[in-house]
Ligand binder design. Sequence first.
Ligand code: ZN
Length: 459
Amino acid sequence: MKNPALAALCLAALPALAAAADADRPNPAIAAVVSEIQPARIEATIRTLAAFGTRNSLSDTVSDRRGIGAARRWIKARLEACARDSGGRLQVAFDEHHVESGPRVPRPTDFVNVVATLPGDQPESRDRIYVVSGHYDSMPTDPTDGASDAPGANDDASGTSVSMELACVMSRHHFDATLVFMTVAGEEQGLYGSTAFAKAARAKGLDIEGMITNDIVGNTRSAEGAVDQGRLRLFAQGVPAVKDLPDDVLAQLRTGGDNDLPTRQLARAISAAAATYVPGLRIQTVWRRDRYLRGGDHFPFQQEGYPAVRFTEPVENWNHQHQNVRVENGLQYGDLPEFVDFGYVAQVARVNAAALASLALAPAAPREAKIEALKLESDTTLSWAPNREPDLAGYRIVWRDTTAPDWQHARDVGNVTRATLPVSKDDVFFGIQAYDRDGNVSPAAYPLPLLPRRPPVVK
Ligand SMILES: [Zn+2]
């Protein structure tokens, strides 16, 4: 039996997270990507999208000046111009899905996503995919009204502009993993574009390790007039609210890993990148799926078992969402560009750039992470499978109190696949991260228990 005082001494001797290592130094390659975000181009994108009059999924698809058809052809042409600057690496395509009818689909409709893919450079990482999305469709008061003006400057030309800006900036850089920059249709009709994409991804067995939707990321003034430019909300669900949970989720829940499912690990990695590269914008992680009465394109990805989160502005003004453009009692309604804070949208784009660059440069989170529970003991031994990336440099164990939201401690253990720490696994949550030679750190993997073949008798 261990001396408790000795155990406490060992714990105190371990490095705190702030002091831990090399892997925390900012990567100049990521800082460069963040610095290239162009606020003026973001503003121009939002103004151009709003000027199509409406981008409702049921609006005109033939006109070159008005309606969703003109909008998507313009988005595709803009992305193709950026693809030329990428040396042809960025691949741009329409992704079309036909729907016969539905609650908000009164007649057969084609929902067309515009998808720009930047394949990863590292063969061992190329199959690992990160998706960033905004929806380019819009709605006036009635979602099935394809005729009225629905400029959708904030909802969601703001998020669309983020996807497009990232595609143009990031396709001039190189990443290990694959990035997909997407603008989707049919969100307001019932998440049709994103659902079709997520289902097809699952059917193809794609390894999407993270999806971010930016939806309504441009307003900083509340209906009451309060301004908040310093905060961005990140909605990250833990346990999905489904009747039948997959076995791997159940295995994790048996050890209390509710807050360490992949979507929460993704949110921690995004927050960490934002804090390093965009310190002026505080990420407020919200541990729920979305705001009350609202939803978004991250839902179908979660439904298919992919880690998926949503960014949304800090304060909302519902006079400028889902409203016919009109003046009533001297008050301007409608989702018009004049109510968008373009500088704020650029900050949101920088956060996305930092997060996606960090994820796509870092190794994958270690696989087959295990916490040895073979006998009763006060130390903790963790093991994992070796990563495949050729630039892998080592592994880091992180841990925190079970009631703490973020990692509190870290220890780099080198390029090994098993490590023992003088910390009781009963009292904390552990994670295992992989890092490469440039200090890019993966999200944490949650270790599932490695149990004895015959469990000991519990007394
Ligand atoms: Zn929206």
